[in-house]
Design a protein around this ligand. Structure first.
Ligand SMILES: *Cc1c(COP(=O)(O)O)cnc(C)c1O
Length: 381
């Protein structure tokens, strides 16, 4: 269907941070399948986990237990240092859909009627997740959704404070807005959001689908402000390329869903769960959170030092950065980068996203920084 337009390349193979197109051209992959391929391409640990599991048992459904799904849930709770419960789904949207159902049930139980989300925020394309998505251009063509969602400007503590009352069921927040252009909030915003939700009894749902699993240099982005949500959603980088989503609900919130309230045929699939375990184990064993922080600095400092009329600056954290442009030239920058052997993502008309595998080396990041002035020059022509 025409919803994606025509992609510029067909990718046929990858190894580490390099991918090859159908004509045999190599590219340094600085977008990682939209912040997904956390271990890079064809990582031996991921290959072994997936092939081993598919050759053992590939699917059980939720009628039966499988060991990888239990180990993954325990591993996530271990990283989160909490008592909680996990629901496994197959994508970010599905994780948010489950979180929304948890929030709806919480609201009904406590007589709370509305939800708060942020302008320009992104939570997915299904009708529930879309109802929380603040990007009007993708939400409005498919509304109305029959749900009272109030949008506040992202990063504005006072606006959040006024919007959240004792009638509010839940607040949905990204710790940095991803699809809006990798837009971090001002320092203190997440801690303030945590406090506002606690003070008013609203559920704080943290959408860490793009930001978690080491992307910012921490396992979870909320850890930078020690502002743990009540419900956390994960996906993208968790499976390292295999489709998986997860909802974690902490404490008593883990028991909001009763038997029969939700389900998924593929959710908890042992192949996807094994992939996620391999991702978590490898990130830990190879020190890749520290690598994300370190190489993220190489990228950010390197870009910030470039003086070019098309480049306004760089924003983000760890291996999750946006080049901010002085004009709406991101498509031209993306094309020029590709011609120079780098895959980047024209995320917004004036912002280019970098979200490479967490295995990227400082030398690889530097090679992009070194090539960027000529890429910008080409894009400006
Ligand atoms: C990508 C994304 C989603 C949607 O995830 P899918 O796996 O595409 O369904 C939801 N929220 C955020 C913050 C995302 O970045």
């Amino acid at each position: 269907m025409p919803n994606y337009g025509v992609p510029p390349l067909a990718l046929v193979r990858g190894e580490g941070c390099t991918v090859w197109d159908a004509d045999g051209n190599a590219y340094l992959d600085l977008i990682g399948g939209i912040a997904v391929t956390s271990l890079g391409h064809a990582h031996p640990a991921l290959v072994a986990a997936v092939t081993g599991q598919v050759g053992t048992i590939a699917h059980t459904s939720n009628l039966f237990l499988n060991e990888p799904e239990v180990r993954l849930a325990e591993r996530l709770l271990g990283l989160l240092g909490g008592d909680g419960r996990v629901f496994l789904a197959n994508s970010g949207t599905e994780a948010n859909e489950a979180a929304l159902k948890i929030a709806i049930k919480y609201g009904r139980t406590h007589g709370r009627s509305y939800f708060v989300a942020t302008e320009e925020g992104f939570h997915g394309r299904s009708l529930g997740a879309l109802s929380l998505t603040g990007k009007a251009a993708i939400r409005e063509p498919f509304g109305p959704f029959g749900r009272d969602v109030r949008f506040v400007p992202y990063g504005d503590v006072d606006a959040l404070k006024s919007a959240v009352t004792e009638d509010c069921a839940a607040v949905f927040l990204e710790p940095t807005q991803g699809e809006a252009g990798v837009v971090p909030p001002p320092p203190g915003y997440l801690a303030a959001a945590r406090e506002i939700c606690t003070a008013n009894g609203a559920l704080y749902v943290g959408d860490e689908i793009q930001s978690a699993i080491g992307r910012t240099g921490a396992w979870f982005a909320f850890q930078h402000e020690d502002a743990r949500p009540d419900v956390l959603t994960l996906a993208k980088g968790l499976g390292g390329g295999l489709p998986i989503g997860a909802v974690v609900a902490f404490g008593e919130h883990g028991d909001i869903f009763a038997k029969g309230d939700h389900g998924s045929t593929f959710g908890g699939n042992p192949v996807a769960a094994s992939a996620a375990l391999a991702v978590l184990d490898t990130l830990e064993a190879d020190g890749l959170l520290a690598n994300a922080a370190l190489v993220g600095r190489v990228l950010a400092d390197g870009v910030a030092a470039i003086d070019h009329p098309l480049l306004a600056g760089v924003r983000g954290r760890g291996l999750w950065q946006a080049l901010v442009l002085t004009s709406d030239a991101s498509a031209a920058v993306q094309d020029a980068a590709r011609a120079a052997g780098f895959l980047v993502n024209a995320l917004r008309p004036n912002a280019v996203r970098l979200a490479p595998p967490l295995t990227i080396t400082a030398e690889q990041a530097q090679s992009f920084v070194d090539a960027l002035p000529a890429i910008l020059e080409e894009a400006a022509r």
